[in-house]
Design a protein. Structure first.
Length: 80
């Protein structure tokens, strides 16, 4: 099964080897037909502590690394 890859911005880098990434998604509401924006926060593994708040990063699913970490950072994202 392929691993999911998401793109989001780092909102916290206070944990050791951990960043919190906020991923936004937009979809059309099924009843009101209005575009709705939702965001999720993911704890991601950052082994070298190289990503800082505000960085646009890509994260990928991985085996559990701790109680909350199920994702790892695979690199910087693109603006487009």
């Amino acid at each position: 099964m392929p691993k999911r890859i998401l793109q989001g911005s780092v909102v916290s880098d206070k944990g050791d080897k951990t960043v919190i990434v906020s991923v936004d998604r937009m979809f059309t509401h099924p009843l009101f037909k209005k575009t709705v924006r939702r965001s999720n926060r993911f704890h991601a593994h950052d082994a070298e502590n190289e990503y800082k708040v505000g960085d646009l990063v890509r994260i990928q699913e991985c085996a559990p690394k701790s109680k909350l970490k199920r994702w790892e950072v695979i690199g910087l994202g693109s603006k487009g």
